[in-house]
Structures are given as C-alpha cells and as structure tokens.
Design a protein around this ligand. Structure first.
Ligand code: GLU
Ligand code: MG
Length: 437
C-alpha cells in the first residue's frame, strides 16, 4: 500500500497527556521552523477529553514546534509501522513561549535554579506501571516467575528505549499486582522530562505491539499499592563537578542540596497539585504505601516525600558522583515537565532564602497527632485533589513562580476534571483514570 511517513509533533500538556499533530517527514525542515498550529483552549482539555471552562473560547492561535533533539524513530521490526514523534515547545505566532507550555515552564525553572544556585540539574524519572492484561500473578512481588512472564516485553522495551535515544537501566517485577518498574539513566536539564514522556509512550507502544495493555495510573485498586513516579535529582556546578554532596553536611547534603530540599518540603503541600494531580493520586499518598504522606525528608526511607538514596561507592569523589535524592510525591498523571518545574521552583526558592538543612526523620509520622506533627514542623499533605488545588491557589509565593494566569487556568482545568467524576464512586474513578493514563 502507498504511504507517506508521518512525524507526530507532541506536547506533554497540563493534563499529562501527550497530544499534537502529525506532518509528513518530507516537511520536517519547514515544520522545525514554523511548527504546526495549536489552539489555546486545548489547555482546558482534561484527561477525560471533557473541556473545562475556558477563558480563551474559540479564539487565538499558537505554534507547536517540534524539537529534533527529541526525535524518536522507532522500528519494532515486527512488520508494523515505524513510530515517529518529537516533542516541542508551544509559542505564540511571534515565537514567545506560551504561558501554558509545560516544556517552556520547565526551561524557565531551570534558568531560575542556575541563577539562584549556580548549578544545573541532572535527573531521572523512575516509573511504576501495571499490566491490564494477562491475569493475576499471586505471590510474585519482586518474583522471578513474575519477571519471566514479561521477559519478552522487558527485552523489547529495553531495545525500544535504547532505539529512542534513552539509556535503558533496569526492568523489574514490582510489589503490586501485575506491577512492574522501568528505569533509565539520568539526563541533564529538560532532557530528563522529555525522556520520561518518551518512556511512557514507548512502554505503551511496546505493550500494544505485544497484544497487551499497561497503565501508569496513580492507583488502580484503592486497596492495593500505587504506581509512583520517583524523580531522582542531583546538581552539577558550572564546569561539571558534582555539587549535591558534602561529606560534612547533614546526611551528606551540600549547602545547595540542603536549601533546595528545605524549599521543596516547605512548599510541598502547595505544589503537590502539580506533581500528583489526579483525583485518585490522593488514595496513593497515604501512610504505609511507600509513597508520601508528610512533608518529610528520609534517609533511605521509602515513606518520605524526599528520600536521600543509597550509594554503592565508598570513596568521597565517587560518592559525590552517585549521591542523589528522590522526590516521591509524583505520579504519571502529571506532565513530567510541569512536575519537575514545580519541584525546581520550590527548591530554588529554598536556595534564594538560604533555608537551613531539614531534619532527617527516622520515625513513623503517621502515629503522631496533628499537634505533635506541628511541633516537629511537619504537615499531613493534602488528602484530596480539591484540598491540594486550594493550597496551590492560596499560596501567593508558589503562584508567583508561574505566569500570571497559570494558577487560575490550571485550577479551572482540574476542577473540570473533578466535575467529570462527580457521579462516580472510588472504584469507578480508579477505572476512569486507568483508562486514560
Ligand atoms: N509503589 C510505591 C509508590 O507508590 C513505591 C514503591 C517503591 O519504593 O518502589 O510510590
Ligand atoms: Mg518502585
């Protein structure tokens, strides 16, 4: 059959969905300069496709310009079509970044971090997901047999990630029912968020090619464990030397790291609407699920919102290269770009305000009363999306990190999403999210 190969120009939008338009490969040169047309009201399309109240109506025109740096050309060599897509930035017709382009928001946050701390960011997104197909695997938490059930998938996925410009790292059977985890190597600046988008798309494509279905939904079964996105972060000084570790710092944190994490913890309750942005995200963010319920820093503690991760090295210079911390209160309903932008702004604020190193918790915060938590300087994170949105929009400092209209548009979008769910019980809500992420 005749065909003209197409490239899909994509944005990871505020709904955490990958949307865009395709153009013929032969037009790439033109499209990398002039983009494809985009519409302001698209920012109000929720993950369920219902359009929330839009301040833009039918008006306005934008450009989504693909960035060849993100080009994926993936041939599974299974006789099926070659997948081609690129992520891009959204601008107005004069080339000015659009206020709701998640990739541009991340680039601005990275600039702020550089100005505040003189460092660049290296990060990696660790993803958990579940198969919707193939039946249960009782007794297979971290199991070999459970792994082996998906060996073909895992091997195809590793090859597909490598072919897509990522460096595949690990694939494992996670604890939950039909749950697996995939990791790839860290990347600098906005590239890690680009790679997280590519990883999710390629994981879904790989499953489809093998006749399976996967979901990255924050939680599939309200009684089960959630699917987390853990964002590993470290810093490089100008010139490339590692800047995250100081052997004399609290739990090994350098001054920059300590203030950055202190900022993240201080503003966590107000940014969580951006990093765990679905209605069901808050079923996952409950104690004893190895996710994040309080704004605490843990040293190798999987119940902490921010965790200092283990290193295998023993000499100081190798430790300094491996040392990183992870933000655990994120999930795949968030655009990786927007989630990372929010974390960086909170951290940069902490650096600008020279916040002191946070204490490292070594206790179960869920047994403490609200008063005891407050005395120690902790809060229970918001327990619903509405509560999280309220904290976000009422925190002037946090709203000020984003363009003027961002908070009102974002919260209107999310309230449209909540309205779509209004007649659904918890299980039906989980099912709805499982279908779209
Ligand atoms: N599934 C847990 C989460 O929702 C994480 C488990 C782990 O530490 O890998 O974040
Ligand atoms: Mg995991």
């Amino acid at each position: 059959m005749i065909k003209n190969p197409l490239i899909f120009a994509a944005t990871s939008d505020v709904a955490g969905k990958v949307r865009g338009k395709a153009f013929p490969v032969s037009d790439l040169e033109k499209r990398s300069k002039k983009g494809v047309g985009w519409t302001p009201t698209n920012v109000m399309i929720t993950c369920f496709d219902a359009i929330a109240d839009s301040p833009f109506g039918a008006l306005g025109d934008l450009l989504l310009t693909p960035d060849e740096e993100t080009s994926v050309e993936l041939d599974f060599k299974d006789g099926g079509p070659v997948e081609r897509f690129m992520l891009g930035d959204i601008t107005d017709l004069d080339g000015k970044p659009w206020e709701f382009c998640t990739r541009s928001l991340l680039k601005a946050a990275l600039e702020r971090l550089k100005a505040a701390g003189g460092v660049s960011l290296v990060s990696a997104f660790e993803h958990e997901f579940q198969f919707k197909t193939g039946g249960d695997q009782p007794g297979e938490a971290y199991g070999h047999s459970g792994f082996s059930d998906r060996r073909i998938f895992g091997e195809t996925l590793m090859a597909a990630l490598d072919a897509s410009g990522l460096a595949s790292d690990t694939f494992m059977k996670e604890y939950g029912a039909n749950q697996y985890e995939v990791t790839n190597d860290p990347a600098s600046g906005h590239r890690s968020a680009d790679q997280a988008v590519i990883l999710r798309e390629v994981t879904r494509m790989t499953a489809k090619r093998l006749g399976e279905g996967v979901t990255f939904t924050p939680i599939r079964d309200p009684d089960g464990v959630g699917n987390g996105v853990h964002i590993h972060i470290s810093f490089l000084a100008e010139g490339g030397a590692p800047a995250t570790y100081d052997e004399n710092g609290t739990a090994g944190m350098s001054k920059i790291t300590a203030s950055f994490i202190a900022g993240v913890l201080k503003y966590l309750d107000s940014i969580i609407a951006l990093t765990a942005p679905s209605d069901v995200s808050y079923l996952r963010l409950t104690p004893h699920r190895w996710s994040a319920a309080y704004n605490n820093l843990g040293f190798r503690d999987r119940e902490a919102s921010v965790r200092i991760c283990p290193v295998t090295a023993t000499d100081p210079s190798s430790i300094a290269r491996q040392y990183n911390f992870e933000y655990r209160a994120a999930d795949a309903a968030a655009s990786p770009h927007l989630a990372l932008a929010a974390i960086i702004h909170a951290g940069a604020q902490g650096i600008e305000d020279a916040l002191p190193a946070p204490k490292v918790t070594e206790e179960d915060l869920s047994v403490l009363s609200t008063d005891e938590l407050e005395q120690r300087g902790y809060v229970r994170l918001p327990e619903t999306l509405e509560a999280a949105l309220h904290r976000f929009e009422s925190n002037e400092t946090v709203c000020g990190w984003f363009p003027a209209e961002f908070a009102s548009v974002y919260t209107a979008h999310k309230r449209g999403e909540i309205a779509y769910l209004k007649d659904k019980d918890t299980n039906a809500r989980c099912a709805a999210y499982e279908d779209v992420y």
